[in-house]
Every structure is written in C-alpha cells, then in structure tokens.
Write a protein that binds this ligand. Sequence first.
Ligand code: FEO
Length: 402
Amino acid sequence: MYKSTKVRDDIVWIGVNDRKIEKWESHIPLDYGVTYNSYVILDEKICIIDGVEEGENGDFFRKLEATIGDKQVDYIIINHVEPDHSGSINSLLKMYPNIKVVGNTKSISILKLLNINIPDDRTVIVKEKDVLDLGKHKLTFYLMPMVHWPESMATYDMTDKILFSNDAFGSFGALDGAIFNDEANLNIFENEMRRYYSNIVGKLGAPVNAILKKLSSVEISCICPSHGLIWRKNIDKVIEKYQKWANIEAEEEGVVIIYGSMYGHTTEMAEILGRQLDERGIKNVYIYDSSKVDISYLFSAIWKYKGLMIGTCTHYNMAFPKIEPLLQKLENYGLKNRYLGIFGNMLWSGGGVKRVKEFADRLTGLEQIGEPIEIKGHVTPNDKEKLIELANLMADKLIADR
Ligand code: FEO
C-alpha cells in the first residue's frame, strides 16, 4: 500500500481515476478526467465511505482487496446516490454477505429508483447527528440537501475530525499521482474545482450556504471529497472559496468577454473592448468565442471575475445560437454581483442585443454598464468610440472597487 494513499494509518483512499470518460453527466467535457474517491476505515468494523462509478469497479475492488485482504466489510456509507458513487453497491452486496448499506431515508428510496433494491435487514437508516460506532472511529452525519441531490449528506469522523464531504468541495480532474492538496500543483485543480462548482452546484447557493453554516462550528482537520484532491492543508482557504462561490461573489478583478459572431463584426467589437480594458490597466481580460469554447469553461470564468461583457450578432431576431444557451443557463443559475456590458451586431434586422438586454433586465443582481451597443455591419470610427467608452465605463467600475 502506498504511504501516500493513507489519510490516516487506518483510513485509506481507495478511489479511482477515470481518464476515459468524455463528458460528465453526458454534457460537460472532462479534458482532465475525474476521480471517484472512496475511503475505507479499518476498525473493529470495516467501513467504506462512498463507492465508485460501476464501470470503474475493477480498479476499486483491486484496491479494496489490497487494503483489507480477505476481511469482511461491515458497512458501505452512501452519502449520495448518484451513480458515480452508488455504482459499487450491487457488487458489494454480492461480495460481502454481511455488509450493510448506510444512508438516510431519502437515499434508500432514491436507490430504488435506480433499481438498487436493498433488503431491509441490510439497510441502516441514519438521521442527522446519529452516530455509527466502528470501534475507535465514531461517525456522524450532516444532511446537506441539494448539495447535490435532495438526499446528499456528509459523514464526519468525530475521532479524527475528518469530513467526508461527498460532492461538496469536489473537483473535476483525475489525480496525477498526488492525492493531497499540499502535494499537488494546484494550477489545474483550482480551475477544475471552480468549473465543477459553477456548473454542478452553482445554482444551489442557498443549500451550500446552509451546509457551510452547519459546519462552521465543526472542527475539521481534513476534507475528503468524493471527487478531486483531499484537502488537509489550508482548509480555511478552500472553505473561503466555497463561501464566495455560494454567494456568487467574484474572486478577482477582471473582465470576461464572450461573443458570438458569424461574419467577424462582433469579434472585432470584442477585440476593441479587450484592447481598451488593457489600456486602462485591467490585467485579467479573457475573450472567448462562444462557438468554440464549451459553456462549462465560460461558466467557470464568469464565476471568477467581476466584469462580464456579452456580445452577439443577430440570428433570426435572437442571439447567436451559442449565446442563447449561455443566457438561459445564467438566468437559471441566477447570476448576480457582476458588472455587465452588452454589445452586438446586426445587418438588416436586430434582435440579438435586445435578447441579451431582456436577459439582463430579468437578472436584477447584475449591474448593467452603460447602454447596450448594437451596430450595423462593420465597425465605423464612431462605433469604435462608443465601444471604447463602454470599456472605459467597465474599467472605471473595477478600478473604483480596488
Ligand atoms: Fe458526484 Fe452528484 O455526484
């Protein structure tokens, strides 16, 4: 057993890396793969916390057997029923005749919907703050509805102060050797964690805040999520990030410019905005062509920076086809606390910019900067002046916040 897979001498990571998976929940690209983290506690009673995706059971069971040998497993705690964690249950039930599935009332009923039927005598139903005694380790439970499903919960090891947080504090990205945050290069993980948060639970700020409040008085030495790195250092920093994301507060000064363009005119507008923001000393300026960049990356960037500028050409009186789903998703998630600039283009009939404006008017938590700019065809010198003025207004707002 690798020393570095031990969370403690008697708590071992038996998670698996999935580098083959193309898309999370069939729609979010996973360029860096993903982990399904699972943990086994070796005590008088042997307890697994969360299983893995069914297709990854081979590696999971190899690690489990390498850790416990021919001992029996007593419990599998299902913090969350989504198949990336419940995919091992049927096999565990067959392999370990005495194993019991630990979950809350909701989790057991949702398991049935996934055709995982557990006999009553092999089920342990727990409520908030119930205690599961393994011997040395005493585990308790914190319900965290809608982080990420209604039945989601976290398991807390009262003995070692470890929080098994399931999807909370999770991240995309397979683990490239290191499993602890202090051993890994965080460059990719910080972005993948935000991309995971903003897309998977970005809509669920209130439930995330509720669990953060619940845990605020709990001493935590280590956070073991079900995806991504284990956080055993700088825990306060990761909690602080979560708090910001839950409140949809930007992390940094900067402007994300996202546009949709068919003939290059809206692209030209975006370039002018970017250049002027640079002239004004705004360092974090990122321009994205919506036709090429997946919406999950756009969401992650929007969650990070305070300024947002959305540009669109007109497509049959609507916004560009790749901008439309972005607007819908942002509205559904209730984006707020951002400065927003709107720009776009038309040839003979408008509608694209109007569509973005209507979206912005409905999201009352956005502060619109200046008036939307909609130009006809190529950018004239007069149009360029208007765009420079819009960029200046955005820069003024950001600079005033310093
Ligand atoms: Fe990792 Fe909501 O499943």
